[in-house]
Write a protein that binds this ligand. Structure first.
Ligand code: SAH
Ligand code: MG
Length: 932
């Protein structure tokens, strides 16, 4: 077990205190390297340190401020010749000696009473007593407020980290040997052998106030019987008595010396801890034989409080009290805060992989862990921070991110930077330099993630196949993948505890089941139905895929009371949407209503899974300024109580059958996807218009009368074509998105109706719901087929499948296919973020592709290769062109292939209604009614 050495700053602080003055300077440093892209910069730091008689500065720069400071402190230590490890015991025996001395130190040195050490808070309460009880405190009060004692215990026996009972046993036995203190034989009291001088006591009283007025504080009793629900208890503090006395009463411990205390839970600054009564054990000590044991009455394991142990990551016995009480260096009186059921359920939620994502957005019922990361639209804590806090809350080691450069042949990786919290800067800089010179392959960084137990045993490894041009993108994306993996795993805890997966998982995950199950055993035993404490059962495994394939879930939530007219501005896939919502629990008889969650402005990106399915479905059925209500599926009880804040107590007893959850939502604002905004802002006319013009030109050249738009979306092309004079007589659109098609139907209907008022004939129009990778004979042999900005939304094999089907079966005379030119992206990105320098690097910048729904974006060479192969295979010619920009390096913004069928005449096919007509007719002009 490596012991954590104090940081260089900590060592200097011990020596110099506030006389060590650090000044950190921010420097901008050039990074990046996409071809044609103006140099970007990022912030790095260097640090100067002033000590009495010595000043030093870091020669290099660091990505994090704190690393720069530590480096400066280390230089100073080297110059001063200070060995940071000098006073640190290195063996369990030395630690034992140190523990004995430290416990003594609290009692024999009167000056201690004038310090700000929180233990003095405990002492000064008991110094207000009279008689024998003066200055007598429970041993666990020391463990609760002295970090060093805990560290020493851990060095003596590493298991102490997880076991407050063992800490008590070690302290008890050490205290017996500590000079100047007396320890009780039958209980765990400790006090000074000599009376304190009145002056010393006076000093303590001056700083530490007593609690003469009664104060009530709420705490949560966590029963050790899993079937019993946690409930509120009220602790009354009064009469200047030590608070642990009252805690003991609630726990039916014989006295406060038998109360044990866990580590702090949640934020490190909080005083939330679990208190529990010491099980009936006898401590045996024989340090010479290195044997320190708790002799229980045989069966103390059956009293393990699983929930409390899971929450604290320590072994807790019997009923436990979750309370926020304690002395701190910050306050001069007892710090007390209510802990209610909501706090308890939020602590539980925080242990889930998606919990902190919900909590950090303050949207427990609405927010979900998004399935994709983009710097542009990510809200709340970053994936990397979420993964770190998940590991911390699960009492695992900090995740290790290893970024490496993938060399051009993609086979070997060179530079590697291992990062655990703080990155190894030198290597990181090297990475960046590599990218700068690597013009051939801008996406060359990948990031592997390792999750280890506290004992540094690997339990999960993730090796990414994706590469990124920015180190932070590589880290964030990999962190998100790991979080999603854990999230899927946690979702199955309730249902399938007996099923785990084989060590080799797909998608770059490798699990080490033994360590994994050991680390999550407590979690499984709390959440698994079967109470999977039996590891044998867990390892009897079958493979379950952790990654349920992402379906295009177009579920439709039924809305009630849609208010306001359709403004025509609607949230679509990829748009950043701002809503206002409330989520209320309503009793079935509608008499009572509890508002659980509300936001006046809540922003998320459609299509990323950042909110629940139902909420997203609701939002996409509305346009800006419209509002609606819907009844949502009732979330799990724990989640409701975590959201319920002040109602958590009321709601804890209500049966699920008697209420429902209602969302009321209004769409406030829609920001189009970055891709669309860039296309509009940076090109005149906008790129989509230019694509229409391009199509019109070909229609006219060809005197085309029939046109099919593959992947028509909400019909923008068909719509615009009606505004141009063309030879077209029949327009058809196909798409798989019902929502898109419905919008297309509405706008085409309007446009055609208007046209009929001024013209005698208008073209016919048809919309089909279907996949363009399926052949439908009704669309055979059209004059012109268009497929604009669609293929990149399909997987590459599907794009090829479409290419083959359209040229071999649909066989239009001319086919126009457009798709983004990847090589043009740096220009877009630079133009979209002109002020990038002023913004922190982490907060700005688009995602890797123009739109996160894109499965790929091709270079000119890739696109031309795809198109040429298809053309040759199916007897078409192909020409390349594009819109947006001049076409010179690096090509057009949107690249276009125009295929021409080489055979003039087509054999007619016989249309058989039953065959080859998989598409569903959704809308037709004339004779149409608009689909709902
Ligand atoms: N062509 C439109 C929409 C482009 S967005 C325009 O230029 O504005 C891409 C569209 O492709 C989406 O509407 C999506 O639903 C559709 N799409 C993706 N895969 C599809 C498939 N297999 N079959 C039909 N449409 C598909
Ligand atoms: Mg697109």
């Amino acid at each position: 077990m490596p012991t954590a050495a104090p940081t260089p700053k900590a060592v200097l602080h011990q020596r110099f205190g506030a006389k060590a003055r650090y000044s950190v300077e921010e420097v901008r440093e050039a990074v990046g390297g996409c071809p044609g892209l103006a140099p970007q910069t990022r912030s790095v730091y260097r640090c100067a340190l002033e000590l009495p008689g010595l000043s030093v500065a870091t020669p290099g720069t660091f990505v994090r401020k704190k690393d720069a400071e530590q480096a400066a402190a280390q230089i100073a230590l080297d110059k001063l010749g200070i060995q940071p490890t000098a006073n640190i015991p290195s063996t369990p025996e030395e630690a034992w000696g140190e523990l004995i001395a430290r416990i003594s130190g609290f009692f024999i040195d009167e000056n201690f009473l004038s310090s700000t050490h929180p233990l003095v808070g405990h002492l000064s309460v008991t110094l207000r007593r009279t008689g024998d009880l003066i200055g007598r405190i429970p041993l666990s009060a020391i463990a609760a407020c002295d970090v060093k004692v805990n560290t020493l215990c851990k060095m003596i026996d590493p298991r102490a980290e997880f076991d407050p009972l063992l800490v008590l046993s070690l302290m008890y036995n050490a205290a017996k040997q500590s000079p100047g203190v007396s320890v009780s034989d039958s209980s765990f009291w400790i006090q000074s052998q000599r009376p304190y001088s009145p002056e010393a006591v006076d000093l303590a009283f001056k700083r530490w106030f007593g609690t003469s007025n009664p104060i009530e504080v709420e705490a949560i009793l966590v029963p050790h019987v899993l079937e019993d629900e946690p409930k509120i208890v009220r602790i009354n503090l009064r009469d200047n008595e030590h608070y642990m006395t009252y805690v003991a009463e609630k726990l039916t411990a014989s006295d406060s010396s038998h109360v044990l205390v866990s580590r702090t839970i949640g934020k490190t600054s909080s005083e939330i801890r679990l208190y529990f009564a010491a099980p009936n054990v006898q401590f045996v000590s024989d340090i010479s034989k290195n044997e320190l044991a708790c002799l229980g009455d045989g069966d103390i394991n059956c009293q393990v409080n699983k929930r409390a142990s899971y929450i604290s990551g320590q072994t807790i016995y019997g009923d436990a009290l979750l309370a926020n009480i304690g002395y701190t260096r910050r306050d001069s009186e007892l710090h007390i805060e209510d802990v209610n059921l909501c706090t308890y359920y939020r602590i539980l939620l925080g242990k889930f992989p998606d919990g902190n994502c919900k909590i950090s957005r303050d949207a427990i019922l609405a927010a979900e862990l998004p399935s994709v990361y983009s710097r542009f639209s990510w809200k709340g804590l970053s994936p990397r921070d979420l993964l770190c806090s998940f590991c911390r809350n699960q009492r695992l080691s900090e995740p290790i991110f290893a970024v490496s450069r993938v060399s051009c042949d993609m086979l070997t990786s060179t530079a590697s930077s291992e990062e655990r919290g703080a990155p190894a800067k030198s290597v990181e800089n090297q990475c960046t330099n590599d990218v700068k010179t690597d013009k051939e392959n801008p996406d060359s960084l990948k990031c592997e993630v390792k999750i280890c137990s506290r004992k540094q045993e690997i339990l999960l490894e993730y090796s990414a196949a994706d590469t990124w041009s920015k180190e932070s993108d590589a880290i964030q994306n990999s962190a998100l993948k790991v979080l999603i993996w854990f999230n899927n795993y946690f979702k199955q805890l309730n249902t399938k505890t007996d099923k785990l997966y084989l060590p080799e998982c797909p998608d770059g995950f490798k699990i080490h089941p033994n360590v994994f199950l050991q680390e999550f055993a407590m979690c499984l035993s709390v959440y698994g139905n079967a109470g999977c404490s039996d590891l044998e059962m867990c390892t009897a495994v079958g493979l379950i895929s952790m990654d349920t394939p992402k379906k295009h879930l177009e579920s439709t939530t039924s809305l009630t009371h849609i208010k306001g007219p359709d403004s025509g501005v609607f949230p679509s896939h990829g748009s950043l949407t701002c809503i206002c919502y409330t989520a209320s629990l309503v009793t079935k008889d509608k008499v009572k209503r509890y508002m659980l969650e509300s936001h006046a402005e809540f922003e998320f990106e459609i299509g990323t899974g950042a909110v629940g399915n139902q909420l997203e479905s609701c939002v996409t059925q509305l346009s800006v300024n419209q509002a609606a209500c819907f009844v949502a599926e009732l979330p799990p009880r724990d989640l409701i109580l975590a959201a319920a804040s002040e109602f958590s107590h009321d709601l804890s007893n209500v049966s699920r059958e008697s209420y429902f959850l209602e969302f009321s939502v209004k769409v406030l604002q829609v920001t189009e996807p970055l891709e669309d905004r860039m296309e509009k802002a940076l090109f005149s006319p906008p790129l989509s218009k230019q694509r229409v013009e391009f199509a019109v030109q070909h229609i006219n050249e060809l005197h085309a009368t029939t046109l099919v738009d593959f992947g028509c979306g909400s019909g923008s092309l068909l719509d615009s074509l009606l505004e141009h004079p063309t030879t077209l007589e029949k327009l058809v659109g196909v798409d798989i998105s019902r929502k898109g098609l419905t919008r297309a139907a509405k706008s085409l209907h309007q446009k055609l109706s208007k046209k009929l008022l001024v013209q005698t004939t208008v073209p016919t129009a048809v919309l089909y719901d279907g996949s363009i990778t399926d052949y439908d004979s009704r669309l055979y042999g059209f004059d012109i087929g268009t497929c604009l900005e669609v293929i990149e939304h399909m997987e590459e094999d599907q794009a090829s499948l479409f290419g083959n089907i359209v040229l071999s079966s649909f066989r239009p005379s001319v086919l126009i296919v457009s798709t983004p030119n990847y090589e043009y992206n740096p220009i877009l990105q630079r133009s979209a973020m002109p002020n990038k320098d002023e913004e922190a690097d982490e907060n700005a910048g688009p995602c890797k592709f123009r739109n996160h729904d894109h499965k790929f974006e091709w270079t000119r060479a890739q696109f031309q290769c795809w198109a040429t192969d298809l053309a040759v295979k199916h007897n078409y010619s192909v020409e390349f062109c594009g819109v947006g920009g001049s076409g010179e390096e690096p090509g057009y913004a949107s690249q276009i292939a125009v295929f021409r069928r080489m055979t003039r005449n087509l054999e007619p096919i016989c249309q058989n209604e039953d065959q080859d007509q998989p598409y569903e007719l959704l809308w037709e002009w004339p004779n149409a009614s608009i689909p709902a």
